[in-house]
Design a protein around this ligand. Sequence first.
Ligand code: ADP
Ligand code: MG
Length: 703
Amino acid sequence: MSTRRRDGTWKRDGAPPLTLTTPITYLRGVGPARAASFEKLGVRTAGDLLYHVPFRYEDASTITPVAKIDVGRDGTVLGTVVSKGIIPTRKGLKIFQAVLKDASGMLELAWPGQPFLDRVIEKGDVILATGTVRFYHGRQFAPREWVNLGPDHAGTAGGRVLSVYAATEGLSYKVIRGILDQHLDALLPLVREYLPADVIAEAGVQPIGEALRAVHRPATMAEAQQGRERLAFDELLGVQLVQRRARAVGRTPRTGIAFRNRKLLGKQLKAALPYELTKAQLRAIKEIVGDMTSEVRMHRLLQGDVGSGKTVVAVFAGLVAMENGYQVAMMAPTELLAEQHARTIEGMLAPLGMSPLLVTGALGAKARREAAARLLSAEPVFAVGTNALVQESSRFARLGLAIVDEQHRFGVAQREQLGAKGEAPDVLLMSATPIPRSLGLTLYGDLDVSVLDERPPGRQPVTTALRPESARASVLAFVRRQLDAGRQAYIVYPVIDESEKTDLKAATTMHALLAEGAFAGRRTALLHGRLPQGERDDIMRRFRDGGIDVLVATTVIEVGIDVPNATVMVVEHPERFGLAQLHQLRGRVGRGAAQSYCILLGGMGAESAARLRIVVESDDGFAIAEADLRLRGMGDLFGERQSGVPTFRIADPLRDATLNATARAIADRLLAADPELAQPAHEPLRAMLGARYRRALELFRVG
Ligand code: ADP
Ligand code: MG
């Protein structure tokens, strides 16, 4: 039984009422499959959908009749596909062509090198395209940007401005548009304003409900622009508030342990190391020891690209605590990484007559009891482990230094729990996520930051190459030669499974194919995010220990994993990855003395090739992150969840400089009057910040 709502949609009886937190699956028109695709766009709830705003618009009010469009000039056309096909050229390039018809006549559209569009564009579809007309066996239109409005598109009846949404595998722009159209009227009344009225007035922006309507369903470009401005303002204000609050918290003195710098153990370690520390490492150690010997509690972030040598810096810090009779706890996100650290640190401490203590959930009951006893004894100990370190059963007699590796992988609560063990231990956070300098480490204004901006010498940069699909056989042959030389390889795919909607190669299918084909007779394994963590760790362990030759994987390969014998990585569909992500992936090879290789296979569209060439030519994580930021915008750089960095999806602090200045002034005023936004009038704003920015949770004590 269904009943009809006043707004014309149908409500299934017994279904819970629609709220902004309703999971997207429950919305009409969205099933589990589409919900999974929405998830990839960061859309989980009805409220998220409302904030999935168009990333651009097609202004159909400037359409030129196809018969009138001039050669060599830019123009926008709208028409119905009357015929289509793939034309091969003599040079082996395939061109997809479609003939578009409107009231004035016909025009041939051509997409060189994109034969797959044959599966995307059908006869009868209405296409809106912007581009240039060239002379090529008659007039030919080369679309620069285009939208398929689908077969049942009745002109531009719903307004002349068309919203274009970010789409993903299994979820076209058009489907998203349909779903939003269907639910917008029901969702908008649920939105509550979170900005105080005086802030809205001062900033001169629209109320939130109006703004959301304007961005999704604008009547004019100007209207869309106005709506966008409000949403951009919210982001700028949010980040300003978080930043300012972070800086204020950082200035509040925190009393900690004032260690004495005895320079005993550090000196011994330095003498025992098989290498010289880099200048950057020496600088970071000096900064950390400076903090540790001061009375102020250390709260420092050690940032360095993969392979920059953060672990040894952390060990030097640990030794300062230990020679003062204190304990050290170093927490890693997975058992595998904890084990790896324990091994590395074992090697470093052995010449000093010490050894680390491994504390993970995998320890047997007896080992666990022994570990607990050692932590409770007053003896200085270097404990390395997983979040087992913060569990109730792990009690420290005298914790002096808490180190968190890959800090963004932990929740605020876990990090705080480790810091809360013992009496105000110094805290060292480590991260390999290269936050672009322009974005400003000021986002971490409450932390002091040390940066390892130098690679240890002697390690050759990973030779990176971009190869076309046609080179597949020779690329695989190259990988086999590396295997023959006793090396190991990673083959990386953007997705786990194949789907009908795209022609992306997937890890699962390709693993089956490669295991039988190119890598027949080699030991292969498949690794992806749907496997339980324990199983993933197991596979990685086997790979690390040389029991697997070829690891076919998605991006779940651990960031910090150190398998020096793995010397080659092939990334398929590299255009599907962010540049910063590719750089991090590449960091899994090139960890030994041997020359390593990263081959980006495919991704040869002119635009993506230009983008990918940045990774081919640069080895500097920060520079690559900057470039990614410029090219793809903030939202795509790293998911906020992944990096913990508040990102902009709509605003651009450079382009929106004036709006940003307004946001800054308002943030100052708000925080001067109410530093923790604790006043009842600021409650909705505080809740919004907490929901959007993980950093805000700890800074404003939301919840
Ligand atoms: P990350 O910063 O990614 O955690 P690691 O601490 O794992 O980097 O170090 C990467 C590799 O570099 C390790 O094998 C380590 O032994 C080595 N290494 C670290 N510092 C130096 C150095 N100064 N000279 C040579 N090798 C170094
Ligand atoms: Mg590391």
